[in-house]
Design a protein around this ligand. Structure first.
Ligand SMILES: Nc1ncnc2c1ncn2[C@@H]1O[C@H](COP(=O)(O)OP(=O)(O)OP(=O)(O)O)[C@@H](O)[C@H]1O
Length: 233
């Protein structure tokens, strides 16, 4: 699904080039649940943003579903993002002025899905995540965990092939975190490919592959030694 070859990301300032990512080679198959781990400043969010077409690499090759993305126009990249990617943020990024219903509906408006179909799709999400009773509330009337459930519902309403999540449980307490990870697990079992960034080994244990990063390079990979053990920790 994803192939990265020799990806660099750098910032040029005056006569100095600062590398954020350097020589990243990575392959991700459809159906994987990958976790990226590493210390603060390692470049994890930058890598995730490149995978999700929210940022461009400075050099190297990125193919997504067999298509060389590094050659695509901005418009085509934005279309790719909208039709194939769901993105979940640590700080939820819900729109404060919109209700739960309207937040979840938002990606469908961008995609120009018809009214009656939108209604049915949002109703299905509300039902699926047990938040029907919350549909007319605003984000600030929800707990953090509930806001993130809405964030996930919004990310997947368009049936993305790839779900990217940047520390999705970073602001949540453990019960809420586990609820979000159970949702991810269920989505992955339904075939959604997931790449998440987390600092938590326990959350990493829900996935099936760990990629470690440090100072902008991939350092090592652990197929997680014992997933069940990590979850029960
Ligand atoms: N636009 C930018 N200009 C300059 N430096 C940047 C820019 N974006 C990111 N960086 C730097 O690149 C490095 C990697 O940032 P990134 O946010 O990808 O790290 P991270 O691994 O996700 O960290 P954290 O775990 O703290 O979120 C950091 O040192 C950051 O300061």
């Amino acid at each position: 699904m994803i192939t990265l070859r020799n990806i660099d990301k750098y910032i040029d300032k005056r006569f100095q080039r600062t590398f954020i990512l350097r020589g990243i080679d990575l392959d991700i198959e459809e159906g994987e649940f990958v976790t990226i781990m590493g210390p603060s400043g390692a470049g994890k969010s930058t890598l995730l943003n490149i995978l999700g077409f929210l940022d461009d690499a400075s050099a190297g090759e990125y193919s997504f579903l067999g298509e060389p993305v590094h050659n695509l126009s901005e418009k085509k990249k934005s279309d790719y993002h909208k039709s194939h990617i769901g993105f979940v943020f640590q700080a939820y990024h819900l729109i404060d002025e919109l209700t739960v219903y309207e937040n979840i509906e938002m990606p469908l408006l961008y995609r120009k899905v018809k009214g009656s179909q939108r209604k049915a799709m949002v109703a299905e999400m509300l039902d699926r995540f047990n938040i029907v009773a919350k549909k007319d509330l605003f984000p600030n009337q929800l707990s953090g965990g509930q806001q993130q459930v809405v964030g996930v519902a919004r990310a997947i309403i368009g049936s993305p092939k790839l779900l990217l999540a940047d520390e999705p449980t970073g602001n949540l307490h453990s019960g809420q975190s586990e609820e979000i990870m159970e949702i991810f697990k269920m989505l992955n079992e339904e075939g959604v490919t997931i790449v998440q960034v987390t600092h938590s080994e326990k959350m990493a244990g829900y996935g099936n592959r760990i990629i470690n990063m440090k100072d902008g390079v991939l350092t090592e990979e652990d197929p997680y030694p014992d997933k069940e053990e990590a979850i029960s920790k």
